[in-house]
Design a protein around this ligand. Structure first.
Ligand code: FES
Length: 330
């Protein structure tokens, strides 16, 4: 009875992990460092905010292989669960991967239950403790081994050898199918073009300002014009009306975004999503800031959250334009 009761959970987890792995492989932006939803951007965010950030920093150098490994692991765990093959091992992988994603990606989700990874970590535990139950590869192999023992009475060693061989064959077929599926989906995703970043241009970092003073202590009339307080982040002409550009907040080092909402009116926000730390991007057609990870939407004028799971808005950054046409962040 317990095994049957776990079937809906098994189907959901198996399908979801297959989908998550295939979605990553199909999206070229997942491996492109310039994309705000890429594995590189997520690792950079985790290296700043994760409670295990010291362990994450070295991983930023191997972001692409790590991203592929995570996608393939999700696919393998999902296929194993859908087929009920090596179920306890697949569930252990599910717990481990969910905890890893919890510690790196969704640790700061607030309230904590809006981050899916911690829920997934606990959702895997029934399958880890009880196994796949009926209608599974594990159950079928065990039933065949029992039937053989009953009919021809081979030695226990012989029965167990046949069980291992059958399981090995099913595992090999599943692995080959999974790799072929992963390759096909990755190829189709690249043909389709995947998702596009909409954050506009990137302003020069504060370390290499385009021109003008890198930092001013406050309003000044020297040098032929007054400059607002703060640090120059780049020329205002690089942010046309209605569009956005990204820059690094000189105070915090966070990825940030500046928008020219209407002629001469600039607003800027810390682009770190308050839900789980992904980098939001500007959707010009909807005039919204959108998080590529879980779809939170923010008002592009105020940074207020318009739809979750983020529970709070983006942190505003004070921005002003100097007479030298430079933008200054305070
Ligand atoms: Fe989850 Fe942004 S990180 S919505």
């Amino acid at each position: 009875m317990l095994g049957r009761a776990l079937l809906p959970l098994r189907a959901f987890l198996g399908f979801t992990f297959c989908f998550a792995g295939l979605q990553k492989l199909a999206n070229p932006g997942f491996l492109q460092a310039s994309n705000p939803g890429s594995i590189q951007a997520q690792l950079a965010g985790a290296a700043r905010r994760s409670p295990v950030h010291l362990l994450i920093s070295p991983l930023t150098h191997v972001a692409v292989p790590l991203g592929i490994l995570i996608a393939l692991a999700e696919l393998a765990i999902g296929l194993g669960t859908v087929l009920g093959l090596w179920q306890r091992l697949a569930a252990a992988g599910g717990v481990a991967l969910s905890l890893l994603l919890f510690l790196t990606v969704s640790f700061h989700a607030s309230p904590y239950y809006t981050g899916a990874d911690i829920v997934f970590a606990f959702a895997w535990t029934p399958l880890l403790l009880a196994g796949a139950g009926p209608l599974s590869g594990d159950a079928m192999i065990a039933a065949r081994a029992r039937a053989r023992r009953g009919s021809r009475r081979p030695s226990a060693q012989e029965a167990s050898r046949r069980e291992v061989m059958l399981k090995g064959t099913m595992t090999a077929v599943t692995a080959v199918t999974g790799v072929a599926l992963a390759g096909m989906v990755a190829g189709l995703g690249r043909l389709a073009g995947g998702t596009k970043a909409t954050s506009g241009t990137t302003l020069p970092s504060p370390a290499q300002p385009a021109s003008g003073p890198a930092k001013t202590p406050g309003p000044s009339a020297s040098g032929g014009g007054s400059h607002p307080a703060g640090t120059a982040i780049g020329p205002a002409k690089d942010v046309p009306v209605g569009s956005a550009a990204s820059f690094t907040d000189p105070r915090t080092g966070d990825p940030s975004i500046v928008i020219q909402a209407s002629a001469g009116k600039f607003v800027a926000f810390d682009a770190v999503c308050p839900h789980a730390g992904c980098t939001v991007q500007y959707d010009q057609s909807a005039a919204q800031l959108v998080c590529p990870c879980h779809g939170s939407q923010f008002n592009a004028s105020t940074g207020a959250v318009e739809s979750g799971p983020a529970a709070t808005g983006l942190n505003p950054i004070s921005i002003a334009m100097g007479s030298n046409d430079q933008l200054y962040a305070e």
